[in-house]
Design a protein around this ligand. Structure first.
Ligand SMILES: [Zn+2]
Length: 334
């Protein structure tokens, strides 16, 4: 298909659009043309003195990789929202959303969500001191209820069954395929736990959230064999995993190709699906006419590529995605 873009929006999508009508032409023959990638788990509250020194500057780590939208999954507390908006979101070409981090008690979460709907789309529960986890999970659930927004949880700190029990349709479990010894989606025989199927069937989304310690190839393989796959592919990119094992979104997507997931499914889980989670599917994650013209072109490299997970397990793959052109709202940014 050819994609025509006018004033930052997708104006047409069909075979053989007359190139002479356009002022600027990108020859994408042989490339994969996809909506700009949406990374549903990043950490970009990049300010000196911030509690998390692992956060990254957003534009330089996203745009050249095909990522045009990111969700900061819990680097920001309610009292940081104004600074996050002013110094990060407003100054980035990447489209930015945030979840408010709940890992300790106190703070006006629901109020901050309601006052910043364009930026803050939910609450992220992060485990903390073990004696406080049950209380902070309850507070996170309350904040999401009062703020009428989504809740993203880690599968750490408390029993998975307890955590899944607090998630509703539209909520997210991240680091879903994390390695043992922490307990995860599988029982001791490698079978997907019934409470996981129950949660997925009622509309809880499984997010990858790779990161330094959140993704096991072995766990992912066992889940795929039983028909369980991530709803969204995401990096959990931060300073301690950007030089490996995560690197970037295209590498993370290529790992799923190496695990046998078809290319279309991989792209869908990195564009359309996260747009559904964010409830922005008319605007991003799609190339339908009228959508924002966030577009990424990829070369599908062929070779023998090693892919490593969070525990050093390696699989070799025949394909690797590499971004070649990236547009944000119709403008070439890479
Ligand atoms: Zn994270």
């Amino acid at each position: 298909m050819d994609v025509a873009i006018l004033e930052g929006r997708v104006a047409d999508l069909k075979e053989d659009i007359d190139p002479w009508k356009s002022r600027h032409l990108i020859d994408a023959k042989g490339l994969i043309i996809a909506p700009g990638l949406i990374d549903l788990h990043t950490h970009i509250y990049y300010l000196l003195g911030h509690w998390s020194r692992d956060t990254l500057e957003v534009d330089s780590t996203s745009l050249s990789k095909g990522v045009t939208t990111v969700l900061d999954a819990g680097s920001v507390y309610p009292e940081h929202v104004d600074a996050f908006r002013y110094y990060i979101a407003n100054r980035s070409r990447t489209r930015v959303y945030a979840l408010l981090c709940m890992r300790r008690q106190g703070g006006c979460y629901a109020g901050a969500v309601k006052a910043n709907r364009d930026l803050v789309v939910g609450i992220k529960w992060h485990h903390g001191p073990p004696e406080e986890d049950a209380a902070t999970l309850s507070m996170a659930r309350d904040a999401a209820d009062w703020g009428e927004c989504m809740l993203m949880c880690e599968p750490y700190g408390l029993e998975l069954k307890t955590i899944l029990g607090r998630l509703y349709k539209g909520d997210i479990l991240t680091h879903s395929f994390h390695p043992p010894p922490r307990k995860g989606l599988l029982d001791e025989n490698g079978r997907v736990l019934p409470e996981v199927w129950e949660a997925v069937n009622r509309g809880v989304y499984l997010d990858q959230g790779h990161g330094r310690s959140g993704f096991s190839i072995e766990v992912a393989e066992k889940c795929l064999k039983q028909g369980l796959s991530p709803f969204t592919i995401s990096t959990n990119l931060h300073k301690r995993c950007i030089r490996g094992p995560v690197y970037d979104m295209p590498t993370t997507m290529s790992k799923w190709l190496a695990l046998g997931m078809p290319l279309e499914e991989v792209v869908k889980r990195s564009t359309w699906h996260p747009a559904i989670v964010l409830k922005k599917e008319d605007e991003i994650g799609t190339l339908k006419v009228g959508a924002c013209a966030d577009v990424a072109c990829f070369k599908l490299l062929e070779g023998d590529f090693p892919f490593v997970d969070s525990v050093g397990e390696t699989r070799r793959g025949r394909y690797k995605l590499e971004a070649t052109h990236v547009l944000r709202a119709g403008e070439v940014v890479f």
